[in-house]
Design a protein around this ligand. Structure first.
Ligand code: AMP
Ligand code: ZN
Length: 111
């Protein structure tokens, strides 16, 4: 499968991992949009949020808990979590990932 995040998980492409827990991994974004920009991904290849099944609920919960744990590890209280679903929402990599962004002030609405 030609998925860049699956390749990262297989070790075929290098990444700077910051968190690992059963079925969940997190590494630094290669093109950071904030001082802390981390991508939290499941080991399971799921292309978009639209492809989630009921049995993926545990994975999704674990991804959110990973964000909380990463924030605690970094000593950060304020952060933004983002899922982009499909191209018009900005999704470029079709293996679901939760963007963890922190270290600057964010505006609302997002661009
Ligand atoms: P999205 O636009 O929501 O699909 O986000 C994809 C993210 O993956 C972008 O923020 C990219 O900078 C990031 N990205 C792409 N390739 C890599 C890579 N090899 N290592 C780390 N992050 C990457
Ligand atoms: Zn994948």
């Amino acid at each position: 499968m030609d998925c860049i995040f699956c390749k990262i998980l297989k070790g075929e492409i290098k990444a700077d991992f910051v968190f690992k827990e059963e079925g969940i991994f997190a590494f630094k974004d290669i093109n950071p949009q904030a001082p802390h920009h981390i991508l939290i991904i499941p080991e399971k290849h799921i292309a978009t949020i639209n492809d989630l099944n009921d049995e993926d609920a545990l994975i999704m919960g674990k991804m959110l808990l990973a964000a909380k744990k990463i924030a605690k590890k970094l000593g950060i209280q304020s952060y933004r979590l983002v899922f982009n679903c499909n191209a018009d929402a900005g999704q470029e990599v079709f293996h679901i990932h939760l963007h963890f962004l922190a270290g600057r002030k964010f505006t609302w609405p997002p661009g």
